[in-house]
Design a protein around this ligand. Structure first.
Ligand code: UDP
Length: 242
């Protein structure tokens, strides 16, 4: 298979982890072995000299849209969702530190008793010190997702790419879990991803990435070492790039 990024020379990346990526086989919440495995992957990427910022989701605890469906007003439900991302961020911070690597959870929703607030300056400072930065709280605004938050952080931190971790090894023509004839795209443009309404990220995230020419690599977080493999240009993935 063709290596679609032959000269992958990343220095700084944003890894987007959904809440689901931390829940393992559990129906919701956090799964300790999964958390430890993902933390180990992130810590070793930082150990190898990459600057790693993680944007973490909250869907393993709460999603605003679902809360709104059950009668909580949307903006309020999204606040609950943002709090869920901070819970994951704090758990990930601890798990990375247990791997012997410093990490800092920075929240876009200020909660100084719990963690530092997100600012570009603070994030860059921690990255330069070799710490894994966990950007929690999404964009800090309702009606957005953490996918958009990931692209936003990538743009403001001048990251080389967003590594979008999912449960499958790329973007498919249809859901490969339901349709065995689905095939994986090796490469797509942002325009194609938007036009085809591919469910892997929301349109706002793709549009922001397109505007700022940020490549997105969609890969599976299921295997140990997945992040290192993507950083090295190996493994199966889909590249979304101009
Ligand atoms: N959220 C929000 N603004 C943001 C990012 C997230 O309001 O900028 C809320 C929203 O309710 C969302 C929830 O936080 O459903 C969890 O984020 P997301 O659904 O992106 O998590 P993931 O699917 O990646 O686990």
């Amino acid at each position: 298979m063709r290596d679609h990024v032959p000269t992958r020379s990343f220095r700084r990346v944003v890894v987007k982890l959904s809440g689901e990526a931390l829940q393992g086989q559990a129906a919701h919440g956090l799964d300790a072995p999964t958390l430890a495995r993902v933390a180990s992957d992130l810590a070793s990427a930082a150990e190898n000299g990459y600057q790693i910022a993680v944007v973490v989701g909250g869907g393993n605890f709460f999603r605003g849209i679902k809360g709104a469906d059950s009668g909580i007003e949307r903006a309020r439900a999204d606040s609950i969702g943002m709090l869920a991302t901070v819970m994951n961020g704090l758990a990930l911070e601890q798990a990375i530190e247990m791997q012997g690597r410093q990490a800092r959870c920075l929240s876009a929703v200020p909660m100084p008793a719990v963690c530092e607030s997100f600012s570009r300056r603070a994030a860059l400072h921690h990255l330069d010190k070799g710490r894994v930065v966990i950007a929690a709280g999404g964009t800090g605004n309702p009606f957005f997702t953490t996918d958009t938050g990931a692209v936003l952080r990538a743009a403001e931190l001048s990251a080389d790419a967003v590594l979008k971790a999912t449960q499958v090894d790329g973007v498919y023509t249809a859901d490969p879990k339901r349709d065995p004839s689905a095939t994986r795209y090796e490469r797509l443009t942002h325009d194609e991803a938007i036009a085809q309404n591919l469910a892997v990220m929301d349109t706002a995230a793709f549009a922001l990435a397109r505007e700022n020419k940020i490549p997105i690599i969609v890969f599976s977080i299921g295997d140990p070492g997945a992040i290192a493999s993507v950083l090295a240009g190996g493994g199966r993935s889909t590249l979304v790039a101009p």
